[in-house]
Design a protein around this ligand. Structure first.
Ligand code: G4P
Ligand code: NA
Ligand code: NA
Length: 194
C-alpha cells in the first residue's frame, strides 16, 4: 500500500534493529482517514469473502479491526489481555508469550460473540513474532468458527511471524512488508496485489 509505505518512510522511527515506532499516525496518535483507508485495503486484498466477524487483540489492533469491520459491514471483537470481572461468563482463552516483555499472558473473548457459524478475519497492527496472532487463531479454533485469514498493517518480514502462521495453513496478507530497516532506510518487499 503506497501511501502507507510513504508514511512509514517519512514518519517511522527506527528504535533498534527490530523495532519501528509509528506513534505519530498508527499506534498512539491515529490518522483516522488512513485507518479507514487501511480497512478498505484489507477488503481489497482479501476480496468479497463471506466474513461475519473481525477479530483482534487490544490495544493497537482495535482501530484497524474497526476499519475492516466498517469495510465488510460486520462487527469486530477485541480479545482482552486482562480478565475483566464482567467477563466472568464463559470465555475462550489462549496463552501468549510476549517476546518483547519476556512474559506470558492470556487473551480471552466471551463465548457469546463467536461460534461455529462465524467466518473470521484476524486483523492486527504488527506481524512480528506472531505470538498474539497464533493465540487469536487458537481462540477461533476453540470456537468452531472458520478462520479465513490474517491481515496485518505492517509485517516485519525478517521476523518469524508469517512462516509460523503459514505453517498452520493460514492465509496471511500484510499491507506493508519490511524486509530490512536501519535509520533513514526502510526496505519494502513488493506485494503482488499493489
Ligand atoms: P506479536 O508478533 O504477536 O505481536 O508479538 P511480539 O511479542 O513480537 O510483540 C509484542 C508487542 O509489540 C505487540 O503489541 C506487537 O504489536 C508490538 N510490536 C512488535 N513489533 C513492533 C514494532 O516494530 N513496533 C511497534 N510499535 N510495535 C511492535 P501488543 O503486546 O499486542 O500490545 P499493544 O501495543 O497492541 O497494546
Ligand atoms: Na497489536
Ligand atoms: Na502493538
Amino acid at each position: 500500500m503506497k501511501v502507507l509505505e510513504e508514511r512509514i518512510r517519512e514518519e517511522g522511527r527506527i528504535l533498534s534493529d527490530t523495532v519501528l515506532k509509528v506513534d505519530s499516525f498508527l499506534n498512539h496518535q491515529v490518522d483516522t482517514g488512513l485507518a479507514l483507508q487501511i480497512g478498505r485495503e484489507f477488503r481489497e486484498v482479501f476480496g468479497d469473502l463471506p466474513v461475519t466477524k473481525i477479530l483482534t487483540v487490544e490495544a493497537s489492533g482495535i482501530q484497524f479491526a474497526m476499519a475492516a469491520g466498517i469495510a465488510y459491514k460486520v462487527p469486530f471483537i477485541y480479545a482482552k489481555k486482562k480478565k475483566a470481572v464482567t467477563l466472568s461468563e464463559s470465555v475462550y482463552s489462549a496463552p501468549v508469550h510476549s517476546f518483547t516483555r519476556q512474559e506470558d499472558y492470556r487473551i480471552s473473548i466471551s463465548q457469546n460473540y463467536l461460534g461455529p457459524d462465524d467466518k473470521v478475519l484476524i486483523i492486527d497492527d504488527f506481524l512480528a513474532t506472531g505470538a498474539a496472532l497464533v493465540g487469536l487463531a487458537d481462540i477461533v479454533e476453540q470456537s468452531g468458527a472458520q478462520l479465513l485469514g490474517v491481515g496485518c498493517v505492517i509485517e516485519k518480514s525478517f521476523q518469524e511471524g508469517r512462516s509460523l502462521l503459514e505453517k498452520k495453513g493460514i492465509a496471511v496478507h500484510a499491507l506493508a512488508r519490511i524486509s530490512s530497516m536501519a535509520p533513514g532506510e526502510v526496505h519494502f518487499i513488493a506485494n503482488e496485489e499493489m
